[in-house]
Design a protein. Structure first.
Length: 315
């Protein structure tokens, strides 16, 4: 199968018939073998009934997964990735703001140009500048700086993936906006970008608020830490713990030396004493956190799971 189109959705009953017809037209024009996977993330409208009707009309191409309640876009994407069978997986939103006409170009960049992942860039947007564009620019700039991946629009729902990528990563929480970062930490470094059309919303209202930016930065910190130190937590906690303890020890040693040289000098009534003592306590706690993290990592079922690109002469 050429393509799997994974579409997470929440309360998009009005847009689904038009979106399905549009995708089908593009697929048939390009003679692609394909499947469309709708992931209903706990919709409270008639979205699932619409998906059921579409599947009955085209059972060969249209499939659906329905959550019992709303779990979020990351959960929907992760479930869609598990079910996808195509060699190239396309993700897109169900609100008709992503154009299915972009699919052939994204597919070409993955199969013909060798990219592991291609992210859309909505260069011209139809969102409110104050509440959407400015926070997005700040969010994308921070993510580029931290991750070293130079994409303009990390959160664009329109992306293309090589099958190996989506079968090798796990998306949870609100990590969907950081899939390029997750892919990079997993060893997939051929990440590209394509300018795509952004369409004005035709039906309904947006499902995302400003809180996603706060959660987004917390998730970025989590991904960065886990990606770098997930299998070796002592390298992080041990380093900073040792540094804090050493600084505290030097401060206390200096005060003790000063006390020996001049017995009249007070030892415990000076600010450096409490600063040094605090640093030593914090350092010990960080070191112990690293030690406990190391024990947990060594007993984790994924402690020795590594993605292998290729083998030669090895079974």
């Amino acid at each position: 199968m050429d393509l799997s189109i994974v579409i997470p959705l929440l309360n998009e009953e009005e847009s689904l018939p038009e979106l399905s017809s549009w995708i089908t037209r593009v697929m048939e024009e390009n003679q692609f073998s394909y499947e469309i996977l709708y992931i209903d993330d706990g919709s409270t409208d008639q979205s699932w009934e619409v998906i059921r009707g579409l599947q009955e009309k085209d059972p060969h191409h249209i499939k659906g997964i329905r959550f019992q309640r709303n779990y979020g876009k990351s959960a929907a994407l992760n479930e869609g990735f598990r079910a996808a069978q195509g060699e190239v997986i396309i993700t897109m939103d169900a609100d008709l703001q992503d154009s299915p006409d972009e699919i052939p170009g994204l597919r070409k960049m993955v199969l013909d140009e060798g990219f592991d992942l291609v992210s859309g860039w909505k260069k011209k947007r139809y969102d409110n500048t104050l509440t959407k564009n400015l926070p997005s620019k700040f969010f994308n700039a921070a993510t580029r700086k931290v991750s070293g991946i130079y994409l303009h629009d990390f959160n664009c729902g329109l992306k293309a993936y090589r099958k190996k990528v989506i079968k090798s990563i796990e998306v949870y929480g609100e990590m969907h906006r950081y899939i390029p970062v997750i892919a990079k930490w997993s060893g997939f470094r051929r990440i590209g970008e394509k300018v795509v059309e952004h369409r004005a919303r035709k039906y309904g209202v947006t499902k995302f608020g400003l809180s996603r930016f706060v959660n987004g930065f917390l998730d970025l910190a989590s991904i960065t830490f886990v990606g770098k130190y997930g299998k070796r937590p002592m390298h992080f906690f041990g380093l900073w713990g040792s540094l804090c303890f050493a600084l505290g020890f030097v401060a206390i040693a200096y005060l003790i030396f000063a006390k020996i040289m001049n017995p009249e000098v007070s030892l415990s009534n000076r600010p450096p004493f409490y600063i040094g003592l605090t640093l030593m306590v914090i350092g010990s706690q960080l070191f112990l956190a690293g030690f406990i993290g190391e024990l947990i990592a060594r007993n984790s079922p994924g402690r020795n799971f590594y993605l292998v690109e290729e083998k030669l002469g090895v079974a």
